[in-house]
Design a protein around this ligand. Structure first.
Ligand SMILES: Cc1cc2nc3c(=O)[nH]c(=O)nc-3n(C[C@H](O)[C@H](O)[C@H](O)COP(=O)(O)O)c2cc1C
Length: 318
């Protein structure tokens, strides 16, 4: 069966959502990216939130300095983490202007030195991988970087089929991912524009990748993992998700957030997830608007229950 990995996504793959995604049997779930500079200061508040780990979580690190990367990887490994990913794909200005993220692709020899030093510092049974883009400005060197990943002992490489310049626009180019797959022996994980089970099957058949990494496709849709498995196995989706499933998951996500993050600031994170779960459900616009204007968990739960009753009765909420 094809491997299904969940992408590192800042502001999305938080502690609570990683717990939900794991219950859908994803093969690997990444944390949001973690700065190796923040790791220097173990009391950093953001770090405490982002590095609140579940068993089996993989951690993604970003930065450029090699000694700091080695130290951070060891720090994370000592927390019990079994797989560390290095970010060579983030396109954001404030990241690439410092030489981090996708900017690393401009200097393959730096990547080689970084990967080999991190690899030799880690225990043999700790996995290491790198996530790259199709290139920086153009489709230039993903094959070169993939070969470096293989030579330096990475357990897989993930390729997002867009260049840094494309950011998130245009379409991911799976021909680049296919080219990488055909050039190296380590597992290649393809990433970009998988929103449905059909997308997954088509991309896998076309490129021959060993696994896929889901990102925006799992916004409010952890069922995509199950859909893909069913589609590969039976040629169709056996248990299509219903509106009620989505409202129930919105309720579950709310209750988990309330218990797992008693600090109120997490309501802001929660709202985003809830809007995704409710997208397209008849009558949900008003409910979403109300959710976005309250900071009471109890009120959110009452609103979701109201929507649920209306869906059960076949009515919208006016
Ligand atoms: C909200 C958001 C946050 C992201 N954060 C990260 C991140 O922390 N590290 C990373 O390597 N990629 C990050 N990405 C990129 C995704 O991992 C993925 O490569 C990209 O969205 C393409 O996949 P998709 O077309 O399936 O969404 C992020 C993407 C989104 C939409």
């Amino acid at each position: 069966m094809i491997k299904i990995y969940i992408a590192p996504m800042a502001g999305v793959t938080d502690y609570t959502y990683r717990g939900i995604l794991k219950e859908f049997n994803s093969d690997m779930v990444f944390t949001e990216m973690v700065s190796i500079n923040a790791l220097e200061c173990a009391r950093d508040k953001t770090l405490q939130v982002v590095l609140r780990l579940r068993e089996g979580d993989s951690v993604q690190l970003f930065g450029k300095d090699i000694p700091k990367m080695v130290e951070s990887a060891k720090f994370v490994e000592n927390l019990g983490v079994k797989h560390i990913g290095i970010n060579s794909g983030c396109p954001m200005k404030k990241i690439v202007n410092n030489g981090y993220g996708a900017a690393l692709m401009e200097d393959p020899e730096h990547i080689r030195a970084m990967l080999s030093e991190v690899r030799s510092a880690l225990n043999d049974d700790t996995g290491l991988s790198i996530k790259i883009r199709a290139g920086y400005k153009e489709h230039k060197n993903p094959v070169e970087i993939a070969k470096i990943a293989e030579e330096t002992g990475c357990s897989h490489i993930t390729v997002h089929g867009r260049t840094r310049e494309q950011m998130y626009t245009g379409k991911a180019d799976w021909s680049i991912i296919k080219e990488v797959k055909e050039s190296v022996g380590i597992p290649v994980i393809g990433n970009g524009d998988i929103f449905t089970a059909e997308d997954a099957k088509e991309r896998v058949e076309y490129s021959g990748v060993d696994g896929i990494m889901l990102a925006r496709g799992v916004f409010g849709n952890p069922w995509l993992i199950r859909d893909i498995r069913e589609y590969f196995e039976h040629g169709k989706i056996i248990n299509p998700v219903t509106e009620l499933d989505r409202i129930n998951m919105a309720l579950e996500h709310t209750v988990r957030t309330q218990t797992e993050h008693p600090e109120r600031s997490f309501i802001y994170e929660l709202r985003k997830h809830l809007c995704w779960y409710l997208k397209g459900i008849r009558g949900s616009a008003l409910i979403k608007d109300k959710i976005n204007h309250t900071d009471s968990y109890e009120e959110i739960i009452a609103l979701l229950n109201m929507l649920k009753e209306n869906v059960i009765e076949g009515k919208g909420v006016e």
